[in-house]
Design a protein around this ligand. Structure first.
Ligand code: MLT
Length: 326
């Protein structure tokens, strides 16, 4: 009897090992859909396409980007959380969808920590304080005086409640007692188009999104909310240099639905790491003000740690700031 049980257990273990080996060797045997939960052309989309193009070469199958915008990115992330955990539907989310959204959506249908397998951090990017081109203020302090004097007459553009630009704007507006009209878009690319067109007044948005327009002179920049200046914008002061205490760092990350086999997650994480080490990615990141994660920040463990610490950090301050700016 005992030997029969042992044989049965052994058979199960052998079958599981074989299945796992098949998953490891056979994956991927068709294209992989990467959900970007924001509009095309914005920061999440740009990063997903950049690393996705390199991962396509490593994995030998096409990573196909699908933009599923809405509700600050939570619509797209919900779809991924509910997708089959087979490695063929994954996502590139961001600090908003993966850390801030639970604080603002009481009925959110996913939990950033338990609904996904973490694949890895894609990049870190500081926020820039930008305004429409004809804004008269000459420096950040001057701009803040203007915002304070006209607060309720002005409009602030963001990528939906819980998105990075919404969170950074909420914290910025709360810190300086501002109550602008908040205008939501499906991503910060369409928001930026309206800033260029002068339909909205200001944004606190990722350098990744705004550097081309800053360089082209179609919007005005007041500061980079980071401890150091950006190599690609050497003349733009940090917030500290401009005499203002406001720092905000954004990030993007790749995730897969909970239950995706470890072998597949590891394969994706390895391909992501190779994409980050590629000279073209590095060059592009410098141009856009982004940095790649290094060392312990890499891979599933690095992302898990970041989501845990970001959720703990952002939830109380965001709830307080959201109440103050109502
Ligand atoms: C955000 O503010 O969350 C992002 O900029 C959204 C996007 O990638 O468009």
């Amino acid at each position: 009897m005992r030997s029969k049980v042992l044989m049965a257990v052994l058979a199960i273990l052998v079958a599981a090992a074989a299945q796992s080996a098949v998953a490891q060797t056979a994956y991927p045997n068709r294209s992989i859909t990467v959900i970007v939960p924001f509009a095309a052309g914005g920061p999440t989309d740009v990063v997903a396409r950049l690393v996705g193009e390199h991962m396509t070469r490593t994995l030998g199958q096409q990573l196909v980007i699908e933009n599923v915008g809405g509700a600050g990115g939570t619509t797209g992330m919900t779809r991924v959380a509910q997708a089959a955990p087979d490695g063929y539907t994954i996502a590139v989310g961001n600090m908003g969808t993966q850390s801030a959204a639970p604080a603002l959506y009481p009925n959110l249908k996913y939990d950033p920590l338990t609904s996904f397998e973490q694949v890895g951090i894609c990049n870190f990017t500081p926020q820039a304080i930008v305004a429409k081109k004809d804004t008269a203020a000459t420096d950040l302090k001057d701009f803040l005086d203007y915002l304070k004097a006209n607060s309720t007459k002005l409009s602030y553009g963001h990528a939906g409640v819980g998105s990075i630009s919404h969170v950074s704007g909420t914290l910025f507006n709360a810190q300086f007692g501002l109550k602008p009209a908040l205008v939501a878009y499906r991503g910060t690319n369409p928001a930026l188009n309206d800033l260029v067109g002068g339909q909205i007044d200001y944004m606190v948005d990722q350098s990744l999104n705004v550097i081309p327009q800053i360089k082209g002179g179609t919007i005005k920049v007041y500061a980079i909310a980071a401890p150091a200046r950006l190599e690609s914008l050497p003349d733009v002061p940090t917030t500290k240099e401009a005499g203002v205490d406001f720092i905000f760092s954004a990030w993007n990350a790749m995730v897969a639905p909970k239950g995706t086999p470890k072998e597949i997650v590891d394969k994706l994480a390895d391909a992501l790491g190779k994409a980050l080490d590629d000279p073209t990615t590095k060059e592009r990141y410098v141009e856009l003000g982004s940095t790649a994660p290094q060392g312990a920040d890499r891979g599933p463990a690095g992302l898990q740690k970041l989501v845990e610490s970001e959720m703990a950090r952002i939830t109380p301050v965001l709830k307080e700031a959201a109440a103050a700016t109502k």
